[in-house]
Design a protein around this ligand. Structure first.
Ligand code: GBH
Length: 450
């Protein structure tokens, strides 16, 4: 297998976060409510009743966090912009104090030599828009494009490349189909229009960014789908699952069409959501890069429940993260090579926009020996290098996450950071993985310069 040091010259190193997971300050400077503020108040929704009200207090502590990024040697920092800070009711009046926060953040990043890579939507929809139907309502796509214009007009002079959406699949499934995330709806397959409306929002926002000469990416959580056996029933189930999880969110962007979802009893217009011209709006602006968030592969077997055309099977015989997710680094190589094979020339350059793991790593003598995270990152970077060797154009790697943070329905129980956060004192303590990543970046840069 390829060595991680074989990554190409100019390969970009980064780390990722998201607004609701780190900022806190939910009632400050005119921020409006988001669906996550509401969801956290619902009894039983988040483990131990945790909320993002304070989180990492990054809203106030961003200079300290940027100093940590600078010492790490990051080329880029992926963060998200909280829509309800900028437009407290989702549309209408702009909140200048909310916008000013991102202005300060961008300037401080640039002063530290770090490229800001903002994501416009990482799940914190303004509650006022949810009250009008959220992503079930087609109008939300238009509101998203308007919000994009406001933010791009303010930051576009300093921010070259933008990510529209984070993981529209997870937002649809966890947020609208199963109710594990905000807004906590349990619509099952009736959630499908939220896929189309998010993608339409992407397309409209992409056009807004393009008009301003800015680059456009999207961050999809993709997974290599493996059938549990060669049995045709398992293979058929895997094909159906792949269409829902992966191709539903890449085919319209890269091919201008939706995949066949007939196994789900779903028509090509996704329950009437797709109107003439929509697919053109989604595909036409094009993508300058595809962001890939990778955590683990998926094993799929023939259905056991009559309501769905697949069943998820456990992946045996591999290590698990503290969250219980299987650790399969080669799945990332498999995924990247598969994308390259399926989409060919239509596949834009790829950036890994998230990859990382939860480790139960409490401090010992003031140090955090998160060996499992180092092994995870090392294995996955070798997988990226192997994919590059097999011809995939991968431009960068952003680890999830810079800081331990609010892990959605798990509250503060899962720690994904290179930097430990004490949620009582807000003290930041770089872990062993932080030093490891810093040295790796420095070594790669040394080779690139040589
Ligand atoms: C991302 O979602 C989010 O973008 C980010 O905000 C979040 O903090 C981070 O990842 C960590 O969770 O059942 O064993 O097959 C990740 C979405 C959905 C990826 C569940 C792994 C299945 C694990 N995840 N998924 S398993």
């Amino acid at each position: 297998m390829a060595n991680r040091h074989d990554l190409p010259l100019g390969f970009r190193w980064g780390a990722s976060t998201a607004a609701y997971q780190i900022e806190g300050a939910v009632d400050e400077d005119g921020r409006g409510r988001s669906v996550w503020d509401t969801f956290c108040e619902r009894p039983g929704a988040v483990r131990d009743g945790h909320t993002g009200a304070v989180a990492c207090d990054h809203y106030h502590r961003y200079p300290e966090d940027i100093a940590l990024m600078r010492d790490l040697g990051l080329d880029g920092y992926r963060f998200s912009i909280a829509w309800p800070r900028v437009l407290p009711t989702g549309s209408g009046p702009v909140n200048p104090r909310g916008l000013a926060f991102y202005d300060r953040l961008v300037d401080a990043l640039l002063a530290a030599g770090i490229t800001p890579v903002p994501t416009l939507f990482h799940w914190d929809l303004p509650q006022a828009l949810e009250d009008d139907g959220g992503w079930l309502n087609r109008d939300t796509a238009h509101r998203f494009a308007e919000y994009t214009a406001v933010v791009a007009d303010r930051l576009g002079d300093r921010v070259p490349a933008w990510i529209t959406l984070n993981e529209p699949f997870v937002h649809m499934v966890y947020g609208y189909a199963l109710g594990i995330h905000a807004p906590g709806r349990t619509l099952l397959l009736d959630a499908l229009p939220t896929a189309h409306h998010q993608l339409l929002g992407h397309g409209l926002a992409a056009a807004v960014l393009r008009e301003r000469g800015l680059e456009v990416m999207i961050a999809n959580n993709l997974t290599p789908v493996r059938p549990a056996s060669d049995d045709p029933a398992d293979v058929e189930a895997a094909t159906a699952y792949d269409a829902l999880h992966n191709r539903l969110f890449t085919d319209p962007l890269l091919r201008g069409s939706y995949p066949d979802l007939s196994a789900f009893g779903v028509t090509e217009d996704l329950g009437g959501a797709v109107r003439p011209g929509d697919l053109k709006l989604i595909a036409e602006p094009g993508l300058d890069g595809l962001g890939v968030n990778y955590y683990n592969p998926t094993l799929i077997a023939a259905p056991t429940d009559p309501g769905l055309p697949f069943a998820e099977a456990p992946i045996e015989g591999v290590p698990r993260t503290a969250f219980g997710w299987p650790v399969v680094p080669d799945g990332l190589r498999e995924l990247l090579v598969h994308l390259h094979e399926v989409y060919g020339e239509a596949l834009p350059p790829v950036t890994i926009t998230e990859n990382g793991c939860s480790v139960a790593d409490e401090p010992e003598d003031g140090r955090i020996h998160d060996r499992a995270r180092i092994d995870y990152l090392d294995g996955h970077l070798r997988a990226v290098a192997a994919a590059v060797e097999q011809g995939v154009d991968v431009r960068g790697y952003f680890t999830w996450s810079l800081l331990d943070n609010f892990e959605w329905a798990e509250g503060y129980h899962q720690r994904f950071g290179l930097v430990h956060v004490d949620f009582e004192t807000q003290a930041r303590t770089p872990k062993a993985s932080y030093a490891w990543y810093r040295d790796l970046i420095a070594a790669h840069r040394g080779r690139s310069a040589a």
